[in-house]
Design a binder for this molecule. Structure first.
Ligand code: AMP
Length: 188
């Protein structure tokens, strides 16, 4: 099963994606994690992505699609994937639909993580203190939320048209949210 975790930065997709990947035994395609590793390792991809990430801007679609395609081609992605932080633009959503369709597959479920704006900001700035992420500064957080509203939020209606998206209340404890995710995915 191919699952997309949709939602603003700080909505908890990473945490829940990790839990879900463990339960279902399928790999996670987390483009933000992949990019951060590349930046850390100083690879050409990392060098290309770093400036965008530090500004809170999106990395260009063709760069992202290149790394996702590579990941999907790996053997362990055959039984399905959990996409976290991807797709983030309409162009990415259309591209992944085409890619999966060419393999006789599709996006089966989309979980939209709903969290009020004020709480997102508090969470992101709190995470900055704990994880020290370079893009969790007040100015970048504002930019990332703005980019989310403009580029990514329209994907909710894109997936509504495919009747595959369900929104969950993503406030509360990690365990409480995990139960809601399971209900949408129908994990026993
Ligand atoms: P994340 O950890 O998912 O919040 O991603 C951190 C940063 O990586 C984002 O602010 C973007 O600069 C970049 N990024 C991650 N995933 C994508 C994507 N699917 N499309 C474009 N940029 C991305």
């Amino acid at each position: 099963m191919n699952i997309v975790l949709l939602g603003a930065p700080g909505a908890g997709k990473g945490t829940q994606g990790e839990i879900l990947a463990g339960k279902l035994g399928v790999p996670k395609v987390a483009t933000g994690d992949m990019l951060r590793s590349a930046v850390k390792a100083g690879t050409p991809l990392g060098k290309q992505a770093q400036a965008y990430m530090e500004q809170g801007e999106l990395v260009p679609d063709e760069v992202i699609l290149g790394i996702v395609e590579e990941k999907l081609a790996s053997a362990d992605a055959e039984s399905g994937v959990i996409m976290d932080g991807f797709p983030r633009t309409l162009a990415q959503a259309v591209a992944i639909d085409e890619l999966l369709s060419a393999r006789g597959s599709r996006v089966h479920k989309v979980v939209n993580f709903a969290v009020p704006d004020g709480e997102l900001t508090v969470r992101l700035l709190g995470r900055a203190a704990v994880e020290g992420r370079a893009d969790d500064t007040p100015e970048t957080v504002r930019k990332r939320l703005e980019v989310y509203r403009k580029e990514t939020e329209p994907l909710i209606s894109y997936y509504q048209k495919q009747s595959v998206v369900k929104s969950i209340d993503a406030t509360g404890t990690v365990d409480e949210v995990a139960v809601r995710v399971d209900e949408v995915i129908a994990v026993p």
